[in-house]
Design a binder for this molecule. Structure first.
Ligand code: NAD
Length: 504
């Protein structure tokens, strides 16, 4: 954390009521370019009082936005979509510059976020209630859904655009106003998106960005004007956010960490499985909540599969994401040190390092935070490389004798975000999707991220709360139901009757 700005480093802001707002405090953090290690910006960390002001701005924008017709609200979303299509490349570049992921991966992230905008453009249909005529004689009943008010979104570093976009298009289209607190490691995407909203014609105060750390999060969790919190991050913080937010009367969905298993059965296409293990294990340098980190090889295919994966891993080019490399750096020096620490621990605990990413030649200038693709074999469930979420380019191979042993391993794991099965046997695949205790499952698909019109979310320690992100569950999360029973006066209804009303 710094308090003084080097001369060539930008100072970032918050975004409130349709304009950039400089921080008013003296706490700042550094934003770095992970491929070079250079500090590129300093970020103001909001105080609780500053967060309170941002929430107040969002609160005062709420009544007018709630009462704006659905047609006009969705017209703004359509304009946002068009602008983003035209300028997606700018956003992807910002993501690569602060997160480090390679350009094609950053573009893919923006495209997956855009799918949620497109889903939310259908809000008039999604918000349709139901109505019953003559539920009782002359009495009609209708159900409607209404927005909550100010909603808070707290996002992680690994998807600077897509994760916030899982939430805010739906929240805004449904008539809420938003305060987004992005990860302090990657704040520029959120500020860029805020400007795009202004250009799209979103009224001031409907979408706000407050930058900060724990102090800002705690202020959002305890502010009575914040009605709901969508959080994504590591499991300990997700649990804390869920417990604190709900204790303060809020609706909370808190998505946490992951340990995703990819099971390969003896009848699988091993070349396909090896390709997909590489994509899912090392894409985004393993910094995806849906990354595969545990490859479970069933039966006698393990040696062949490990050879195939190792050959592919050695061919990957790691370096600056702007140079057409396959894999970029980790997000910070601390992340790099943590990941290499796990590899060292795995080796000490008896794992075989088949491909070692702890090398120091990468296609980049400066002092980037690189770890190359790393493949560990003979990993067992008691090793820290298995028990902990590493969040780096480390793929661990665990060998088991049977399908049942693979499923038992997955179900015993405290996380339940994603899993994949590779097989050519439809019967086993069907059993797997039925038996496995995980929220998102891929059959011969390694990173089974649901489309925007389905909902995204894990089980067990990968999600606290009842509601998953986007899809119809997202619409329900950001609205609450009302049922209206109506009778238009008729003289025949007069008369006192204290009995409980029944149908008649
Ligand atoms: P993180 O938990 O460190 O941070 C997430 C957010 O919480 C950030 O905005 C951060 O500022 C805030 N925060 C950090 N420490 C806090 C504290 N003590 N109190 C209150 N708020 C705090 O997570 P990260 O490192 O940014 O992101 C990586 C993690 O996110 C991984 O565990 C990954 O699996 C998870 N993730 C999960 C999903 C999912 O869908 N389940 C998706 C993306 C990322």
């Amino acid at each position: 954390m710094t308090t003084t700005a080097p001369a060539d480093v930008r100072t970032l802001t918050h975004w409130v009521s349709g304009a950039a707002l400089p921080g008013s405090g003296d706490r700042f953090s550094d934003v770095t370019d992970p491929a070079t290690g250079a500090v590129t910006a300093r970020l103001p960390l909001a105080s609780a009082a500053e967060v309170g002001d941002v929430v107040a701005a969002a609160r005062s924008a709420f009544p007018a936005w709630r009462d704006t017709s659905l047609t006009k609200r969705t017209q703004v979303l359509f304009r946002f979509r068009e602008l983003l299509n035209a300028r997606a490349g700018e956003l992807a570049e910002l993501i690569t510059a602060e997160h480090g992921k390679v350009a094609s991966d950053a573009a893919g992230e923006v495209a997956r976020g855009q799918e949620v905008v497109e889903f939310a453009c259908g809000m008039p249909h999604l918000l349709k209630g139901s109505a019953t005529e003559n539920a009782s004689t002359g009495v009609d009943v209708a159900s409607i859904r209404q927005p909550l008010g100010v909603v808070g979104i707290i996002s992680p570093f690994n998807f600077p655009a897509m994760v916030p976009m899982w939430f805010f298009p739906v929240a805004i289209a449904a008539g809420n106003t938003v305060v987004l607190k992005p990860s302090e490691k990657v704040p520029s995407a959120a500020l860029w998106i805020a400007e795009l909203w202004r250009e799209a014609g979103l009224p001031d105060g409907v979408f706000n960005v407050v930058n900060g750390d724990k102090e800002a999060v705690d202020a959002l969790l305890t502010d009575p004007d914040v009605k709901a919190i969508s959080f994504v991050g590591s499991t300990p913080i997700a649990r804390y956010v869920y417990e604190t937010g709900t204790a303060h009367g809020k609706r909370v969905q808190a998505l946490g960490g992951a340990k995703n298993h990819m099971v390969v059965l003896p009848d699988a296409d091993l070349d396909l499985a090896a390709d997909q293990a590489i994509n899912a294990g090392f894409g985004s340098a393993g910094e995806r909540c849906m990354a595969v980190s545990a490859l479970v090889a069933v039966g006698d295919i393990a040696d062949t599969l490990v050879d195939k994966i190792a050959e592919r891993a050695r061919a990957l080019r790691t370096g600056d994401g702007r140079r057409g490399c396959d894999m970029g750096p980790l997000v910070t020096r601390a992340a790099q040190d943590r990941v290499t620490g796990y590899v060292e621990a795995g080796e000490a605990e008896g794992a075989t390092v088949v491909v070692d990413g702890r090398v120091d030649t990468f296609d980049a200038d400066g002092e980037g935070f690189f770890v190359g693709p790393t493949l560990l074999d003979h990993v067992t469930t008691d090793m820290s490389v298995y028990t902990d979420e590493i969040f780096g380019p480390v793929l661990s191979v665990l060998r088991v004798e049977s399908y049942d042993a693979a499923v038992d391993m997955i179900n015993a794991n405290p996380y339940g975000n994603g899993t994949a099965l590779f097989t050519c046997d439809g019967g086993v695949a069907r059993r797997f999707q039925n038996e496995v205790e995980v929220g998102m499952i891929g059959i011969n698909v390694p990173v089974p991220v649901p489309m925007a019109y389905y909902s995204f979310g894990g089980w067990k320690n990968s999600l606290f709360g009842d509601t998953h992100a986007h899809g119809t569950e997202g619409v329900h999360f950001y609205t609450r139901g009302k049922v209206v029973t109506t009778r238009w006066p008729d003289p025949s209804h007069r008369g006192v009757d204290l009995g409980f009303p029944t149908n008649g």
